[in-house]
Write a protein that binds this ligand. Sequence first.
Ligand code: ZN
Length: 110
Amino acid sequence: MQIPKHFTLHGHLWTVEISRTLKDEESAFGEMLYYQKKIIIYDPQNHTYAHSFIEQVFFHELVHAIQTALSWEADTDTTDDTQVDLFGELWHQYEATKTGNVYKNNGSRR
Ligand SMILES: [Zn+2]
């Protein structure tokens, strides 16, 4: 699965960047900068993360971006980082495993 360089939410162009160094030793693997419209994935060259792990990090940060766009920030009682992670993991799995085209060759939807 490809991680996009750009996407749009609410008409704002977002950029995804890869950092080859950690922000600091205790930082997370990704960061969502809402006002800069940027997701940073920390993927240091001396680490050998599986690509699927990096994809998971991207979806986690994407869920943060969307929940912030919806004013469902993680610091409210309604959601927390575990829920963000679970939502991102399920979305990632959906994107990585979807197959076929239910309408193909049945003639009803081109
Ligand atoms: Zn998070």
